[in-house]
Ligand binder design. Structure first.
Ligand code: NCD
Length: 308
């Protein structure tokens, strides 16, 4: 039985297969409408979510399966003090696969150790968010036609932003990807990702605080929200929250074919005027997340694609 806890749980070849499957699903979703009939997905969300939870649910329903679950810790037995380990043991009796989001780093791993069904990490604290990465890679591959030979700017909260951590893990496995890490000093990428991932893989990267000056270099600009809920101090959040605001003026500095991605939700970091720019792809990215998650559910449950 396989779990999906970090992007490294799949080899590059498996990633390619999964992205090919998502591509086929995108082309002809109806073909997959009965693939997961009789199967149940449990969504265990201890933290707020719109896209991740609902795109998982939509993905399972699109495959003809069913969904059970809870959307907040308050509405589950966690409110009575039940541990994640006990909850997953019980959910293993009710469902065939589970997606878990939790504010604590490592919670999905703890669940996987006690689970008898595949566990998907739908975000564990400020650590990893591999299914957002699946969405991001699928979006980049679909819109750029490649995952290598790219300069990607990651901008905003690189310290607490789990989507950035997972995306860096995944993209360092492709050739000739250059990273431009744009953040305030206080929200730099954690040292362990610089040394254990970027340096170890020999990836080319630079850290800067100014967005404008690097705009012309980028093939992709991946904007992120300042992660308010992970700050220890509200004053520090208020000081940093508007560090970067992408607006139409800044977009003028970018290449004609640069893509703007964002895992969403957005707060202030992208002005709504940018939404009409053809290079703004974040809503399309949210749509692609459904196809990617359909592919992931099929892969983890060992469900075959229909022949025709
Ligand atoms: C992200 C997350 O939860 O980490 N959202 C998402 O899943 N699409 C990013 C964020 O909350 O800022």
């Amino acid at each position: 039985m396989r779990h999906f806890l970090t992007p490294m749980d799949f080899s590059v070849e498996e990633w390619e297969e999964l992205l090919d499957l998502a591509e086929d699903i995108k082309k002809d979703p109806k073909k997959y409408a009965h693939v997961a009939e009789g199967k149940k997905l449990a969504t265990m969300f201890y933290e707020p979510s719109t896209r991740t939870r609902l795109s998982f649910e939509a993905a399972m329903l699109n495959l003809g399966g069913h969904v059970i679950g809870f959307a907040s810790a308050d509405s589950s037995s966690a409110a009575k003090g039940e541990s994640v380990s006990d909850t997953i043991r019980v959910i293993s009796c009710y469902a065939d696969i589970a997606a878990i989001r939790h504010p604590k780093e490592g919670a999905a791993l703890v669940a996987a150790q006690k689970s008898s069904i595949p566990v998907i990490n739908a975000g564990d604290g400020g650590h990893q968010h591999p299914t957002q990465t699946l969405t991001d890679l699928f979006t980049i591959r679909s819109l750029k036609g490649r995952l290598g030979n790219l300069t990607i700017g990651l901008c905003g909260d690189l310290k607490f932003g789990r989507t950035v951590h997972s995306l860096i893990n995944a993209l360092t496995r492709y050739d000739n990807v250059r990273f431009v890490l744009i953040s305030p000093e206080a929200l730099r990428l954690p040292g362990y990702i610089r040394t254990e991932v970027l340096d170890k893989k020999g990836a080319e990267y630079k850290e800067v605080t100014d967005l404008d000056s690097v705009m012309p270099e980028l093939d992709i600009l991946y904007m992120t929200r300042i992660q308010r809920e992970r700050f220890f101090n509200e004053e520090e959040y208020i000081r940093l929250k508007d560090s970067y605001i992408l607006d139409a003026k800044k977009m003028k500095l970018a290449r004609e074919d640069m893509l703007v991605l964002h895992p969403l939700p957005r707060v202030n970091e992208i002005a709504t005027e940018v939404d009409d720019d053809p290079r703004a792809c974040y809503f399309k990215q949210a749509q692609y997340g459904v196809y990617a998650r359909m592919g992931l559910i099929m892969t983890l449950l060992g469900l075959e694609a229909p022949k025709c």
